[in-house]
Design a protein around this ligand. Structure first.
Ligand code: NAI
Length: 215
């Protein structure tokens, strides 16, 4: 496959293609045209063709896309064909909820450890994984080949803990703390802010109500 820079906008859309194709596979669909996929996904067929052309285009004229092939290739592009070891820092409400979500594992994200500073959580296990104290973090990260750190701690501690992770070889941070981390360029950071999503929802409700106020 041709190696070239794929825009972040395309990368952001790939998980959705992956999800739809996975569902098609589950329903035994072997191939699909860009038009059919377009109807299901409510994006234009030309957008789909353009997006998928980034990877040399897996479609064939008159045949459409081979669902299994496309699903596998997008999975590879997203790195889902490999396992990634992760740890969660902050075993509070959110950290525990994420730790309890076993479906990440099926995508190759293997939860190796959970860390916290609250001694009352020592020895508590979630899905068989024990919560450890931060003193053990350095050795644990080094010994378990941890690639991704998930930050579900208060924002005041996030920068300090992110730096600690990076200093010990963690390559990527999935950041839920509401603060920017400003890490070195080679560190991959994905910020997740549910409240931003909620604000977009709020904007759209407000606009909808505005438009329908005279109905
Ligand atoms: P929580 O208070 O239930 O849990 C936080 C946990 O972090 C506690 O167990 C605490 O002992 C631990 N902790 C504090 N300092 C630490 C440190 N230096 N190292 C390791 N562990 C430490 O809070 P909750 O509700 O789970 O939220 C966690 C964080 O996630 C907060 O910063 C919150 O604002 C954020 N959040 C973000 C969301 C998002 O969409 N991005 C959604 C919900 C919460």
């Amino acid at each position: 496959m041709e190696e070239r820079e794929i825009s972040q906008a395309v990368i952001r859309r790939l998980p959705r293609y992956y999800r739809y194709l996975g569902e098609l596979l589950e329903h035994g669909v072997e191939r699909i045209s860009s038009n059919d996929l377009s109807k299901r996904m409510k994006v234009t067929a030309s957008q789909i063709r353009q997006d998928l052309n980034n990877f040399g285009g897996f479609g064939q004229q008159g045949y459409g896309y081979n669902v299994k092939y496309l699903y596998t290739e997008i999975g590879k592009i997203l790195g889902l064909n490999e396992n990634h070891n992760i740890i969660i820092i902050g075993a509070g409400n959110l950290g525990q909820a994420l730790a309890n979500y076993s479906a990440f594992e099926s995508r190759g994200f293997i939860l190796k450890g959970i860390f916290d500073v609250n001694p009352r959580l020592t020895g508590v296990t979630i899905r068989g994984i024990e919560i450890r104290m931060m003193e053990d973090l350095k050795d644990f990260v080094r010994e378990n080949d941890i690639e991704i750190g998930v930050l579900t701690i208060p924002k005041t501690k996030a920068v300090e803990v992110a730096n600690l992770l990076v200093d010990n070889g963690v390559k990527a941070i999935w950041n839920f703390a509401h603060t920017d981390l400003n890490l070195p360029d080679n560190i991959i950071v994905e910020n997740v802010h549910l409240s931003e999503s909620l604000m977009r929802l709020s904007y759209n409700i407000t606009r909808y109500n505005e438009e329908h106020k005279n109905d």
